[in-house]
Design a protein around this ligand. Structure first.
Ligand code: M6R
Length: 603
């Protein structure tokens, strides 16, 4: 959590850092701050609240500098407050830092320094970094940073400025992402690429315990023994437009609307002649007797959907595990297991830990990741990239859809390689997957019924989602989407499970959203709908095989026909829009829902 950015160059750092923070706000947004270096030393402004409030403050009290660091926070240690906001300074005001991560041994360091007379002002773990760096500082900031890092346990991405060395900006990381961007007017550090895209597409990826020393015109890299490290820059293909709202009220709506293009490019990369195709073709699947998919949140839901596809086509057992559980359960995986990691950011702490545990046990790891160069992408044995581009809204939409199609393509390819389906059958399935972008385009031209129905749903306290088989898996994603952005309580159930307890929650005017794209199970899910209607519920049926007619308590939204294995890619589009319009009608901050951050880089 938290986003950090730093700049040293020939332009005023303040607007550059504020703009970068806007693009990192998805990582946390309970407080923000900025420290710049100018001819008078440090100038620091930080406060609780959204970045827009910091901007307003700075517009009343202008500041400038040729170098600076900025931070947008998602609180872990110490509540959101002015004093707990970053940047943090040591008590001699010599060193300023911004930190993304968690320092696990901060209490011990704090006690040690307090015994030596250091006065702490915040409740954060991060302040110990500034205080410790000042304690070690003896005229050489790089040496002080190396000594400080040697004492830290936990995770960190750090931007550091030192009053006595006003030409150098220092960066170091461990277990949290940090990139270095090189522009013609200066050098950047940032948690993520969109923060620097307006200035450059040339970036270096910092590895754990590598130190970057930035000046206005240069960047040098060192290891912890202070030996120079040679690194090659990478060119980012994302455009700045992809990180802008492009006329939409919210990033989430823009990203929902981008799905046909994202699906098309992702399918193309895996079925055409892209890198994904090369990797999938090269995989020897005959060595695997088990597949485990592990991920968090929506990425976990994508895994749940694909379990049905893999098992149906490959006849191989697929387990889907929450990454936060997998890491602690002494998982049964070995060299004959393929562990698939699914992650938009590629930086989710639990998924990284799950990947490392799987590798430690000898399993092969394949990741499906959106952010190029992210930790999971770099550390897994095989990496497939979703072609979603930057996803800014906290609630994932287009990245989820791209994950789904890559998982489908993997499942069909595996089934073909294992001889479970013929080449002709595989080609037919690939053709159906390739038709998804055009079908989604058509659906997005007909969103009125979803928008209108959602407008009537703002008053619900609780909304249930039901489905059977693969429709149940996608119902889980519909439910997660709704609760995270509309703050309405919601749960997803397998239709057949209602009678085992949940039906007691159904009362007059409860809303149940029923997904129905498995034609062979239509009568079953319809009967579940009738059961809840007869107990006072209203039902919104979303599907492509519904025979019922709308009534006072039954609304129907039609989906196009497609193989039931790939139908979740269609249902999810209207489920996303349903949540979006419920939240929009409630006037909520859709792109930055309360308490959440997009990239969960802490445990
Ligand atoms: O970056 P990741 O895909 O690893 O993130 C996993 C979850 O944190 C993420 O899917 C989260 O559930 C989203 N906010 C859902 O919209």
């Amino acid at each position: 959590m938290c986003g950090i950015i730093g700049y040293v160059g020939t332009q005023n750092a303040v607007p550059i850092i504020l703009d970068g923070l806007k693009r990192l706000e998805y990582r946390g947004y309970d407080s923000s701050g900025i420290a710049v270096m100018n001819n008078n030393g440090f100038d620091v402004v930080k406060q609780k609240g959204r970045l827009s409030e910091l901007e307003a403050l700075i517009s009343q009290r202008p500041m400038s500098g040729y170098m600076g660091i900025g931070h947008t926070r998602w609180a872990t240690h110490g509540k959101p407050s002015d004093i707990n906001s970053h940047p943090h300074l040591g008590s001699q005001n010599k060193i300023a830092i911004v930190h993304n991560g968690i320092i696990e041994n901060y209490r011990q360091i704090k006690e040690r320094l307090e015994q030596k007379g250091t006065n702490f002002v915040s409740q954060t773990d991060s302040e110990v970094i500034a205080q410790l760096a000042e304690y070690y500082y003896n005229g050489d900031i790089v040496e002080a940073v190396i000594k400080t890092a040697g004492n830290l346990e936990g995770s960190y991405a750090l931007g550091i400025m030192c009053l006595d060395e006003p030409d150098r900006l220092i960066a170091i990381k461990k277990d949290n992402p940090l990139i270095i961007g090189v522009a013609d007017h200066g050098i950047f550090i940032a948690s993520d690429v969109p923060a620097v895209l307006a200035h450059t597409n040339k970036v270096y990826y910092l590895n754990d315990k590598e130190i970057a020393v930035l000046t206005k015109t240069s960047v040098e890299f060192y290891n912890m023994d202070r030996e120079p490290v040679h690194k090659e820059p990478e060119t980012i293909t994302w455009s700045i437009d992809s990180a802008e709202k492009g006329g939409y009220e919210h990033f989430m709506l823009k990203e929902i609307m981008e799905q046909p293009r994202v699906l098309k490019e992702t399918v193309q990369s895996a079925l055409g002649c892209g890198d994904n195709r090369r990797i999938i073709d090269g995989l020897d699947v005959s060595r695997f007797n088990r597949i485990v998919i592990t991920a968090c949140g929506s990425a976990y839901n994508a895994g749940m959907v694909s379990k049905y596809v893999f098992e149906q086509l490959c006849r191989i057992t697929v387990e889907v595990e929450l990454a936060s559980e997998f890491r602690y359960k002494d998982p049964i995986v070995d060299c004959n297991t393929l562990v698939i990691l699914v992650s938009q950011s590629g930086e989710t702490a639990d998924t990284i830990a799950a990947m490392r545990e799987a590798k430690r046990k000898g399993a092969a790891t394949l990741s499906i990741v959106n952010v190029v160069g992210s930790t999971i992408a770099r550390e897994s044995d095989y990496t497939l990239y979703t072609m979603a581009g930057p996803e800014i809204a906290v609630a994932t939409t287009k990245a989820f859809s791209a994950q789904l199609v890559l998982l489908y393509i993997l499942a069909v390819s595996f089934a073909k390689k294992l001889g479970k389906i013929t080449k002709e059958a595989a080609d037919n399935l690939f053709a159906e997957i390739a038709s998804l972008p055009d079908i989604a385009t058509g659906m997005l031209k007909r969103i009125d019924p979803v928008q209108k129905y959602a407008a009537t749903c703002v008053g619900y306290k609780s909304i249930f989602f039901i489905g059977r088989n693969i429709d149940y898996a996608i119902a889980m994603e519909g439910s997660l989407k709704l609760k995270e952005i509309s703050y309405i309580h919601s749960e997803a159930y397998a239709g057949g499970e209602l009678k085992h307890g949940t039906i007691s929650l159904i009362e007059d005017n409860t809303l149940v959203v029923a997904i129905s794209c498995c034609e062979r199970l239509y009568e079953k899910i319809y009967s579940n709908a009738e059961q809840v209607i007869s107990r006072g519920a209203k039902v919104l049926f979303i599907g492509n095989c519904i025979k019922a007619v709308p009534g006072e308590r039954l609304e129907i939204i039609e989906l196009p026909k497609i193989n039931e294995l790939f139908a979740p890619s269609l249902s999810v589009v209207y489920l996303q829009l349903f949540s979006y319009y419920v939240a929009a009608n409630k006037g909520l901050d859709i792109d930055k829902p309360r308490n959440l951050a997009k990239s969960v880089t802490v445990e």
